[in-house]
Design a protein around this ligand. Structure first.
Ligand code: HEC
Length: 134
């Protein structure tokens, strides 16, 4: 969540709508332009934080709060060597359908096509391990 959103209710409480500190309109200018790859990364990060971080960790390093409940552990998505196509497949269908752990849930019925595509773009953007083959 952008800082200004978190700060906004507080601003509204204080001084009858006068915002102290962050200027929400200035911060909003940082939102990537619609239709750009940056916007997809931005949206994908929101999807990731909401649905995936509990297991995969806030930085996608496989160490979320629930990670220790699972063997094998949730994958480190920063160092993952899987390509975008594979990631989309396991995200849609879940681990079990691709012969992996059933604890990687299927998201195909939960997320929209745009959310899935955005989260794949986000994972691509944070990956350092050459899982970049299309
Ligand atoms: C309940 C815990 C849990 C949640 C929530 C979860 N995952 Fe996973 N995920 C796993 C586990 C466990 C594995 C490892 C499966 C294995 O190794 O057999 C995994 C594996 C993966 C992989 C394979 C990566 C690789 O390198 O092989 C991807 C991609 C992935 N998850 C993406 C996601 C995304 C995106 C979300 C959110 C939409 C998500 N996961 C939510 C548990 C979870």
């Amino acid at each position: 969540m952008p800082l200004w959103r978190a700060a906004l209710p507080l601003c509204l409480l204080l001084a009858g709508g006068q915002c102290l500190g962050a200027d929400p309109l200035a911060a909003e200018a940082d939102y990537p332009a619609k239709g750009t790859p940056e916007a997809a990364v931005y949206r994908g990060a929101i999807v990731f934080n909401h649905y995936c971080a509990l297991c995969h960790g806030p930085k996608a390093e496989g160490n979320g709060r629930a990670a220790k409940l699972y063997t094998p552990r949730p994958a480190n998505l920063v160092t993952s060597d899987k390509n975008d196509q594979y990631k989309e497949l396991i995200i849609r269908q879940g681990g079990k359908m691709v012969g992996r752990s059933e604890f990687m849930p299927p998201w195909g019925n939960e997320l929209t096509n745009e959310q899935i595509s955005d989260v794949v773009v986000y994972l691509h953007s944070i990956n350092v391990a050459g899982g970049h083959a299309k």
